[in-house]
Design a protein around this ligand. Structure first.
Ligand code: GLA
Length: 381
């Protein structure tokens, strides 16, 4: 990939490029908890967005996106969103300058192997790779956390997804062989080894591209806020669902609209599950960990209502295949992948079984990705 990109860059722009690789992410557990200021447990993966970048001495950014065979140019005086994937570049360009950082025009080629719309955060990886590249080229002195916030703001203001910080954080802070327990309020994080040579993290793509994702996602966020506003009357010190214990929520069940109660109940139990699963990981107890993953799926599907028929089917199916420790839908939902912890010597059987069952029912074959946990964004060439 590196050589191919360098060659393509020379041919297109007649000069040498710096190449940045920024990974997509998996999240073992802790879904829809980041914007509720709870905990998440993501890791960066071996699928990446690559950005080849070099300054061009002008006021213009020229981009060629290899996967889409599309090119686009824009001036650094970005003021508003455009459309599609360009918004990620426009947003990062805008928000870096909003921080008072001085940049110049650049030439870019973008490529990658993160499946788009599969819930593996290809968009966060794109923002991370581009932001990382600008930071390096122009010595802007932004930290990895600064770049994560710039990516998140881009989603909020140029894309319209009111996301949390998990995806951008993971793409920038990943560490080979480790997952990260991130406290989304204090932003403190801890690397926990994911050291199970006999197990693999296997993603199964439902092949449903999550089109509902942004509107429904934003609605879930509002419903959580509605819950907090009601609970705050009793617990004035709380600022997010992170501060609520299950017993407190149950005590005020009747005051919340049923749908808001369900959303809040998923979140407060998910906090407990993440903490319990981190303890299980530290004790190398994948059995307990796997059960917690299944429980998370149940909550996401029945209480948070962000799953879909295909995802539910994949998890149900995984539950009955030998060698599967745990499975659940991953990411924002409404499509994308399930994450499965599968015994290494059972992966082939798992793949064959799940693909054939799914294909029989839905008449399309789900892609399967066996992933490795890798480092976060870095210069690779
Ligand atoms: C998307 C968002 C994240 C997070 C997950 C759900 O990936 O970008 O911030 O909220 O959904 O856990």
């Amino acid at each position: 990939m590196i050589q191919k990109l360098q060659q393509a860059f020379r041919e297109r722009y007649n000069k040498e490029a710096t190449i940045i690789g920024a990974p997509g992410r998996v999240n073992l557990i802790g879904e829809h908890t980041d914007y509720n200021y709870g905990f998440v447990l993501p890791g960066a993966v071996d699928k990446k967005i690559y950005v080849a970048i070099a300054p061009n001495g002008t006021n213009t950014v020229n981009v060629f996106a290899n996967q889409f065979n599309e090119s686009y140019s824009f001036s650094l005086d970005v003021s508003e969103p455009h459309k599609g994937w360009m918004n990620y570049l426009l947003g990062v360009t805008y928000h870096i300058q909003q921080r008072g950082k001085k940049i110049e025009g650049v030439d870019l080629i973008i490529d990658g192997d993160i499946p788009v719309g599969a819930g593996m955060s290809s968009s966060a990886a794109l923002c991370s790779a581009y932001g990382f590249g600008l930071n390096e080229l122009f010595q802007l002195g932004l930290s990895r956390m600064d770049l994560a916030f710039i990516g998140q703001k881009t989603e909020h203001t140029f894309v319209g997804l009111q996301c949390g910080i998990m995806d951008q954080f993971a793409s920038l802070h990943g560490k080979k062989g480790h997952v990260m327990k991130l406290d989304c309020r204090s932003l403190e994080y801890e690397y926990i080894p994911f050291d199970f040579p006999n197990y693999k993290i296997v993603l199964v793509n439902s092949m449903v591209s999550h089109t509902l994702a942004s509107s429904e996602y934003n609605i879930r966020r509002q419903q959580c806020e509605e819950g907090i506003a009601i609970l705050k009357k009793h617990y004035p010190q709380i600022t997010s669902l992170r501060d609520i214990e299950p017993a407190q929520l149950l005590q005020h069940k009747d005051e919340l609209p049923p749908i808001v109660f369900d959303r809040c109940s998923y979140v407060v139990y998910e906090k407990e599950r993440v903490l319990a699963s981190c303890e299980a990981l530290k004790k190398n107890d994948l059995t307990t960990f796997g059960k917690l993953m299944f429980a998370t799926h149940e909550g996401l599907s029945k209480k948070y209502s962000v799953s879909c028929t295909e995802l539910d089917f994949l998890v149900e199916c995984a539950q009955h295949i030998t060698g599967v420790a745990g499975a659940r839908m991953m990411g924002g939902g409404f499509g994308g992948c399930t994450i499965n912890i599968v015994q290494a010597d059972a992966v082939d059987n798992f793949t064959q079984k799940i693909q054939s069952a799914f294909t029989n029912l839905f008449k399309k074959t789900p892609e399967v990705y066996v992933t490795q946990i890798e480092d976060g964004a870095k210069i690779i060439g």
